[in-house]
Design a protein around this ligand. Structure first.
Ligand code: GAP
Length: 522
């Protein structure tokens, strides 16, 4: 049974990957040279969907907040930025190799996965009991009093404390010992023949300018591992030029690079990826309030796209070097609940460190308090590529629909919200006859000014519908022979398959109404 489930999960994930390739969403990078691991290229529909995701975030975060403004800072930054931020010294992952399988893993992930298994075990016990006892069941009490569940949770707590201590002390011998004591095996082969754990810095470095090769250490610069530092070093430029008062935020979308140890799950963990980050600058002492606020606000945003049971919070066991509180918003990917977004209370760590290393003041004068201080920061950070994968994996479905002969057919359909769809409307002449194609093309040229449209006259109308379903087009607009008489077209709804007949003059309004941001963000 477990194997069958694992197989189904793997099949579902494989289907998403092959769909991405077949329909021009995502291709492996440098494919003709067998690809470059953990690097991907976005194809024609991929780039549209990705742009729409970014616009949707930008709309919600920047355009809908008077006190959040945008920035587009450079990827290359002065190397001291990464010294001050702590990334040179502390942006490491503990890696461990399995001597038999020659596979490399993150030691922290092996231990965290073990704890997730204990959580699952405890939850299953509670679910079983809930079914047995019915309405009167008190889950919290059961967790505390049922000896089996209490024992699982006690063990989990013990591991968590031991693990956190080891990570915080950078005690890699102890991290390995935990793996040995818990008898954690290579997830792929079952081997327990582990090497020692060692730290691995995730930043990519390169040589800068004409002096490359001469004085390597002096000229080393890094590809940014997060976009946030571009925001921190521009904090005063932005605050002064926009006359913002605290609290205010700076948002940025851009590429980030990490030399990930394990990068196996398609676009979930890449070495080159994109982030949508917002740093919210606040008064010291208000960090708890704003951390709670942004947790909730960001969860609400995800819930405009996904149902409640697909997203959940996960508090960090181990805090990053800059944070005093942190959690993830996790999404149920085909391979389980995993991090989609991070929300971090970053204190005044970054601005304070930059002030110290640069010797330049990074302070804000608060007119209401009549004092200057280094602001605190709450950050929200979501990966564009992970949003893409979440959107796609939630929306891609095989569905039974009536076929033309009164039977049942299976269609593959991408039920993404219209606002995110790569193509909003396909304009299709019923058949490729001059009088229809001319009319349809004329409509296409009108509607392309309204939204992203596509004209298609190849293949039968049924095939064209299927193709548009597979790329998530919410509306197919068909021009038929009656159109020539009555100036009306048929609009087919992707999800309900309902068809409405509308005068051509009303189509632009119809589309505007159905694909507006206010359908989700209003
Ligand atoms: N500035 C804070 C920061 O970078 P993070 O939790 O390391 O925090 C934020 O990353 C988000 O960036 C993650 O929630 C994830 O969506 C995305 N992300 C991080 N590493 C990634 C990778 N290797 N591939 C794809 N997305 C990644």
């Amino acid at each position: 049974m477990a194997d069958k489930k694992a197989l189904n999960v793997e099949d579902a994930f494989k289907k998403i990957i092959s769909h991405c390739k077949e329909y021009g969403f995502i291709f492996p990078s440098s494919e003709i040279y067998d690809g470059l691991s953990a690097v991907y290229d976005y194809g024609p529909y991929g780039v549209e969907l990705k742009n729409n995701i970014k616009t949707y975030w930008w709309k919600a975060m920047v355009q809908m907040h008077e006190n959040i403004v945008g920035l587009d800072s450079a990827i290359f930054m002065h190397p001291k930025v990464w010294k001050a931020s702590g990334h040179v010294d502390a942006f490491n992952d503990p890696l461990i190799d399995n001597r038999d399988s020659k596979r490399r893993y993150r030691a922290d992930n092996l231990i965290e996965d073990y704890m997730v298994k204990l959580d699952d075990k405890a939850n299953k016990e509670v679910e079983k009991a809930a079914k047995r006892f019915g309405d009167a069941f008190d889950a919290a009490l059961y967790r505390e009093t049922n000896p089996r569940v209490a024992e699982i949770l006690r063990k989990r707590q013990e591991i968590s404390e031991r693990y956190q201590l080891a990570m915080n002390n950078n005690d890699l011998v102890e991290v390995k010992q935990i793996i040995i004591d818990l008898e954690i095996a290579d997830p792929d082969t079952g081997s327990k023949n582990w090497t020692d754990v060692r730290q691995f810095n995730l930043m990519f470095s390169t040589q800068y300018g004409a002096l490359a090769g001469e004085n390597e250490a002096d000229n080393r610069i890094y590809l940014r591992p997060e976009t946030a530092q571009g925001i921190f070093v521009n904090f005063l430029n932005v605050q002064k030029s926009t006359r913002q008062k605290l609290p205010f935020g700076i948002a940025q979308i851009g590429k980030a690079f990490r030399n990930e140890i394990v990068a196996r799950q398609f676009i979930f963990r890449m070495r080159e990826f994109e982030q949508m980050e917002m740093q919210y600058f606040i008064r010291p002492g208000e960090e708890k309030k704003w951390y709670a606020y942004w947790k909730e606000a960001r969860m609400q945003w995800h819930r405009t796209l996904f149902p409640e049971n697909k997203v959940k919070f996960h508090d960090h066991e181990k805090l990053a070097h800059y944070a005093d509180a942190a959690c993830d918003i996790e999404f149920q990917f085909p391979f389980g609940f995993k991090e989609l977004e991070g929300i971090h209370s970053r204190t005044n760590f970054d601005l304070g460190s930059h002030q110290e290393l640069s010797g330049k003041k990074m302070q804000y004068f608060d007119p209401e308090l009549d004092e200057s201080y280094v602001p605190y920061v709450v950050e929200t950070s979501v990966g564009v590529d992970r949003m893409f994968l979440a959107t796609l994996s939630y929306a891609l479905q095989d569905e039974e629909v009536p076929d033309a002969k009164g039977g049942v057919a299976v269609r593959t359909v991408l039920k993404i919200p219209a606002i995110l769809a790569p193509i909003k409307a396909a304009i299709l002449p019923l058949v490729a006859k001059d009088e229809l194609t001319e009319k349809a093309r004329h409509l296409f040229h009108q509607l392309k000014l309204v939204t992203q449209c596509q004209y298609d006259e190849k293949d039968s109308i049924g095939r064209r519908y299927r193709r548009q379903d597979a790329i998530g087009t919410p509306y197919c607009i068909t021009v038929d022979f009656e159109t020539l008489e009555d100036e009306c077209v048929t609009i087919r709804d992707r999800d309900s398959l309902a068809q409405v007949r509308l005068p051509i003059a009303e189509v632009a309004n119809y589309l505007n109404k159905h694909i507006s941001f206010s359908t989700l963000l209003g």
